[in-house]
Write a protein that binds this ligand. Structure first.
Ligand SMILES: [Zn+2]
Length: 440
């Protein structure tokens, strides 16, 4: 629109000048070096304008000629860049497709064609890793540390290498550096938490977890459970140092973070008992039972009155499970206590309910004891023991990462080092084979 207006205005001026000149006719004579030109004013103006236009066009053409080499150079560069990026793309695809030779070849090409080390170094490192050349990959990752834009990626590469090599101190150092660089990145916080936990640096792990929680990196439930796990490990360390009060406080905090976490409840109950607060210990166990019934709580609760006579002890266990009396763990606890007190009928009633709902080797073994105790015949329990051999194995602290089974809960799997991987469940690694006629 503006151009149109400008054009109209310009045309108007030209027309006005032409009209003005036409209205005032006249002649001009030029004498120069023996030459003589006679012409009208209008013609002179026209020729002058034509000459000016020709001059301007000539200048433009000259400029274009002068710029040809530069344009040529730019075209060549552009073509190199395009081919470089193409090599980079093909190289990345080769990495993703697991083709090491092609990845290395394209990485070299991209490196030659593109003068952009930040882009090609990562591909070169990945290609080297794919080729099994960890030393070369380490060199690339280390070189990446020197540039601001690739420092974080380089750190990540070195960290993953250190973790795979099992070099925990180096991994911890790198993870801390990564956190200083980018405290917002979720994997940095979760990795640092795991490394600190594995190194037994529970206070550091707790602080990292708090930061992860603040930045909403973990689901709320997971974060609270992990905090309970970390606090419980700290309580254990304090207890090992004979700092019973500290241990009790830490176990209380662990219990508060996750009321369904039986190891924390059991530890809290036990430590309350150890510091002469039996009544409170009983209340804590009774309140927590419906949230996470577990044999560890039964053991801690029973230990509060270790010298009670067996019938009183059985009554106490009934009080413990009163909040959830029909749960399998409740029935098992009552049955075991009744068995010790010689209350055969009660024990049998509970165990029969258990095997009807969820048969287990643990329940059949107790039924065998009831049978033997009641009849006084040491072989009376045989039929239950045979069933026990066929029944699903009992639940145990099982690592969800490597399926190994531990006698007690640990925040770190003793076998594979997985963090917070232990769950109370039937071990997955124990397949239940049907009994054959031969084995029977
Ligand atoms: Zn494991």
């Amino acid at each position: 629109m503006r151009r149109l207006l400008l054009f109209v205005a310009l045309a108007a001026v030209v027309v006005a000048v032409a009209v003005w000149v036409a209205d005032r006719p006249g002649q001009i004579a030029i004498h120069w070096q023996g030459w003589r030109v006679d012409t009208s004013v209008a013609m002179l103006l026209l020729v002058t304008a034509a000459l000016a236009l020709a001059f301007a066009l000539g200048l433009r053409f000259l400029g274009w000629i002068v710029r040809v080499p530069r344009r040529w150079r730019r075209w060549i560069q552009e073509r190199r860049r395009r081919r470089g990026y193409q090599a980079l793309t093909v190289g990345m695809v080769a990495v993703a497709a697991g083709d090491p030779e092609e990845a290395v070849r394209q990485a070299r090409r991209a490196d030659v064609l593109l003068d952009e080390p930040p882009l090609t170094m990562l591909l070169s490192a990945q290609a080297a890793q794919l080729n099994g050349d960890e030393a070369a990959a380490r060199r690339y990752f280390t070189a990446m540390l020197d540039r601001r834009e690739t420092e974080f990626l380089g750190l990540r590469g070195l960290l993953m290498q250190a973790m795979r090599a099992g070099d925990s101190p180096a991994a911890l150092e790198l993870a801390r550096r990564a956190r200083r660089l980018r405290p917002d990145t979720p994997w940095v916080l979760t990795t640092l938490f795991e490394l600190e936990s594995r190194a037994g640096q529970w206070r550091g792990a707790e602080a990292t977890l708090a930061e992860a929680q603040r930045r909403r990196v973990l689901p709320v439930e997971t974060a609270r459970h992990r905090r309970a796990a970390v606090l419980l490990e700290q309580a254990r360390a304090a207890e090992a140092d004979d700092r019973l009060r500290d241990a009790g406080d830490l176990a209380a905090r662990a219990h508060d973070e996750d009321r369904s976490f039986a190891p924390a409840t059991a530890a809290y109950v036990r430590l309350l008992g150890a510091t002469d607060r039996q009544r409170k210990a009983e209340r804590v166990a009774e309140k927590a039972w419906p949230l996470g019934p577990h044999p560890d709580i039964v053991a801690a609760y029973a230990a509060l009155a270790a010298h009670a006579d067996p019938v009183d002890a059985a009554r106490r266990i009934e009080r413990l499970v009163a909040g959830l009396p029909d749960h399998v763990e409740s029935r098992m606890a009552v049955a075991a206590a009744a068995l010790r007190a010689g209350l055969w009928g009660e024990a049998r009633r509970q165990l029969e309910a258990v095997v009807a709902e969820r048969p287990s080797s643990r329940a059949y073994a107790l039924l065998a004891e009831v049978e033997e105790g009641e009849t006084g015949d040491p072989v009376a329990g045989q039929k239950w023991l045979r069933l026990a051999a066929d029944a699903p194995p009992a639940e145990a602290w099982t690592c969800t990462a490597c399926a190994s089974v531990a006698a007690a809960w640990h925040a770190i799997c003793p076998a594979c080092g997985a963090v917070d991987g232990m769950r109370w469940q039937v071990p997955a690694g124990a397949p239940l084979l049907p009994r054959t006629a031969e084995s029977a």
